[in-house]
Design a protein around this ligand. Structure first.
Ligand SMILES: [Zn+2]
Ligand SMILES: [Zn+2]
Length: 798
């Protein structure tokens, strides 16, 4: 008999026709009218126009494992992909590409340029995901449930605005003038969650001051000499004996000649600089807290745009950096500097543009969150987290929140805040839901002010923080506001998969926003993953030259080696993965082995009816059913590493090296030493085990299993149910352990090999333990035993 599988090996060329067929036949399309249970995945929308990096390739592939597994479990899987097209990165790309600046470009024109850039933007990310065999519900952009969504579409922005209108009406939004984090690079306020700390080198300038009452000279060291004008007090540590005599006296600001009190305070560190510190408005967090505590009136010297204002006197109009340089220059020229040194300073920086954060006083809209802390912890406790350790990141973050969330921003390409104001009395006009609004260029939805009857209005010009948009993604994908019937039926969303670096932002904000709108946990499961590093454990970066491009991986090896590698390499739920081309290539051996085994098994055609089985057959079926049970349990918990590693071991060792060897002669039955029924039993079992293996692996390696399953069993693997363990076998005892049987054969083979004999060489007499009696016929044939006896231990005479 010839094998049904003609090709000698798996080739990456087999992948494309399968991919095309999936797409053409819309195999994974979602029908929102489905009667089956829905499993919904709130996939993170990757940023448009950015090539997919290896970390995304790995984690979205694991999301695809989940989607494919759940389909085989009988769910209708809602697995939409979105593209994030809002916000700063687009604006920055526009400024660069068209050489314009947002400040000098009219809004209308600037937005047109954003749209132009987005039209030309590549869909490279989609191409990578397509090549990797991902089974998103649609590749087409649209507003239907399951279609590819854009975060800047009118439909998405409308939903964001509707959630805002709801929050506004329930009193969750307020406007306040407060000190906010301000990034001079992004030219907007940013949230605490977007701040990172970096050790930056800065100039520590020791400046000479005077004490008014005594005329003595004191030295105060600072990294922010440009903020001397905002100094409200000079302090020393109460334990610092050098300055006790200065208590209650006054220090005179250099250049500005203003006086401020000198007081003892524990925030001053004896060992830092001279031990004296000038307390400025908004130099850093400590200063902010200090001013609040001492009830000092802050002097704001930095404008919203990051330039110095009139309080800074001669520095007015300069950027903070220029002002600092200028100040040092002036101090030097007046001989007011004692010394200058370089120090490393732990500095808050913007996580996007890396600019040091400034603190400015600015009016913004706030979303209440401090009154929600307990509720968010409570809903989090009703969600299953994978892993528990990652949940702690969320809880710790909630614990540290100390301010409400400033949600307004001064940018252009983002969702507009849907509000108008009466020019006469200042009344705020909130539009009805149902439309996407652009108040900066549209008329309000009312003709007259309901309060004063005024007819002139001003549209709000600010937009939302992009997290205000992205934090409604599960609501959007489940049809909130668009398909309310489906939304009610499908909430909570089954799964949020995401990286641990955005727990404080995306995850927290989503839980907050959904809770405020629905009063429920929005997710059933949250899966949080670690990162992908290079083989030495370093972060991949262009400058290190260790970047692995997923498209290059696919070009070299195809999708399948990469996919199986994702499962075999480790469990990214618990720790980082290390990646290299060699490791991925190494994983492709698994495919070769699987192909060879399947090809061999495909030589033997199974009959439809099930024959009575021999003990050897029952043993291997017990094994594969045990593995099926374990696999299914692990997949349910988003663990793909352990079961696939165990499957690999089963395929190579238990199935190929032992069971196949034990039943080969029975399956061929060339010398007619077995009955027809016995032969059929072996053939049946070989096929049954192979079929189970293919089904268990189908979510992981969908291409090769698709082809093998179709060629051998004539059916479509994506349409099959995930194998359930068969109790008929799992409960049964075989009389011997798998390990014992494998050891028995291995020792016999080794004995022959040691004597330089072939594995088929005859054994004149063998003594084997009694527990193997039930499989003696297979053992005799496999090992060519001419005389068999039973005893306690294995003994063979060659
Ligand atoms: Zn920034
Ligand atoms: Zn009015």
């Amino acid at each position: 008999m010839k094998p049904k599988i003609k090709n000698k090996r798996w080739s990456k060329e087999f992948e494309e026709p399968i991919r095309r067929a999936w797409k053409r036949k819309r195999v994974f399309e979602f029908n929102h009218k489905t009667r089956r249970p829905v499993f919904s995945i709130d996939t993170p929308p990757p940023y448009v126009d950015a090539p997919v990096h290896i970390g995304q390739a790995v984690t979205y592939t694991i999301m695809d494992f989940i989607a494919r597994f759940k389909r085989m479990r009988g769910f209708d899987v809602l697995f939409p992909l979105g593209l994030d097209r809002n916000g700063l990165p687009i604006e920055m790309a526009v400024e660069k590409k068209f050489s314009v600046s947002i400040q000098d470009t009219p809004r209308e024109k600037f937005i047109a340029l954003c749209k132009k850039l987005l039209e030309q933007s590549s869909l490279e990310s989609l191409d990578s995901f397509y090549k990797l065999g991902h089974s998103y519900t649609s590749w087409k952009h649209g507003e239907e449930i399951g279609e590819l969504y854009y975060t800047d579409s009118d439909s998405y922005r409308k939903t964001t605005q509707e959630t805002f209108i709801d929050l506004w009406k329930s009193g969750m939004i307020y406007q306040a003038k407060r000190i906010s984090n301000y990034c001079p690079g992004c030219r907007t306020t940013i949230a605490d969650a977007e701040i990172e700390y970096k050790n930056l080198s800065s100039d520590f300038v020791h400046v000479k001051w005077k004490v008014r009452e005594t005329g003595e000279s004191i030295t105060i060291a600072t990294t922010r000499p440009e903020l001397i004008c905002t100094c409200g007090m000079v302090i020393y540590n109460p334990k610092d004996e050098r300055y006790r005599h200065l208590k209650g006296k006054h220090a005179v600001l250099p250049i500005y000649e203003k006086e401020v009190p000198i007081m003892p305070h524990p925030s001053a560190k004896i060992e830092t600089g001279s031990g004296l510190a000038m307390m400025c408005s908004f130099g850093d967090y400590t200063d902010i807290r200090f001013f609040r505590e001492m009830k000092l009136k802050p002097i704001v010297a930095i404008n919203q745009d990051g330039t110095m204002n009139e309080h800074a006197g001669f520095l007015e109009g300069m950027s903070v950096d220029d002002a600092r340089k200028k100040m040092i220059e002036i101090l030097r020229s007046q001989d007011l500097i004692e010394k200058e040194q370089k120090v490393m300073h732990r500095t808050p920086v913007c996580e996007r543009s890396r600019n040091p954060i400034e603190f400015v006083s600015i009016s913004e809209y706030y979303l209440k969150q401090l009154n929600m802390k307990k509720n968010i912890v409570r809903v989090s406790n009703r969600i299953k987290f994978f892993s528990k350790r990652s949940k702690q990141i969320l809880l710790d973050w909630i614990d540290t929140l100390s301010m409400d969330w400033a949600v307004s921003r001064r940018r252009y390409y983002a969702t507009e805040i849907p509000l108008w104001y009466c020019k006469k009395c200042g009344e705020t006009i909130v539009p009805p839901k149902g439309k996407y609004y652009q108040p900066w260029k549209e008329k309000p939805p009312v003709k007259k002010c309901p309060k004063c009857g005024g007819k002139d209005f001003m549209g709000e010009e600010r937009v939302f923080d992009t997290w205000f948009d992205s934090s409604i993604s599960p609501l959007y994908v489940l049809g909130y506001g668009r398909k309310n019937g489906f939304f009610k039926k499908s909430v909570p969303c089954s799964l949020r998969p995401q990286g641990k670096e955005i727990v404080r932002t995306w995850l927290y904000y989503t839980l907050l926003r959904s809770y405020q709108l629905t009063k429920k946990p929005i997710f059933e499961n949250i899966w949080i993953h670690y990162h992908v590093l290079d083989e030495k454990g370093n972060k991949m970066s262009k400058s290190l030259g260790n970047v692995i491009d997923p498209l290059d991986v696919v070009k070299r090896f195809g999708a399948e080696p990469f996919r199986i590698w994702c499962a075999l390499e480790g469990n990214i739920t618990l720790s980082d993965l290390r990646c290299s081309y060699e490791r991925i290539e190494g994983a492709s051996k698994f495919l070769t082995k699987l192909w060879n085994i399947a090809r061999f098994v495909s030589t033997f055609r199974a009959k439809k009816t099930k024959p009575p089985l021999l003990e050897t057959d029952k043993w291997i079926l017990k094994e594969i059913n045990r593995i099926a049970k374990e696999t299914s349990e692990c997949y349910e918990n988003f663990d793909f590493h352990r079961p696939v590693s165990d499957l690999k071991h089963f395929i190579w060792e238990t199935f190929a090296s032992h069971y196949l060897e034990l039943v080969k002669s029975r399956a061929y039955n060339q010398d007619k030493k077995f009955t027809k029924t016995e032969q059929v039993a072996a053939i049946h079992t070989l096929n049954e085990v192979l079929e189970k293996i293919l089904l268990l692996l189908a979510p992981i390696i969908p291409f090769i299993t698709h082809k093998l399953y179709k060629d051998i069993f004539g059916k479509i693997v994506e349409e099959q149910k995930f194998p359930k363990p068969d109790r008929k076998y799992t409960g049964k005892r075989t009389g011997f352990k798998t390990k014992e049987l494998m050891e028995l054969s291995s020792r016999i083979w080794k004995a022959k090999k040691d004597k330089g004999l072939s594995l088929k060489a005859p054994i004149r007499k063998a003594t084997i333990p009694k527990k193997f009696r039930k499989i003696e016929k297979d053992l005799i044939e496999t090992h060519n035993i001419q005389h068999l006896e039973y005893g306690d231990k294995l003994k063979i005479r060659l």
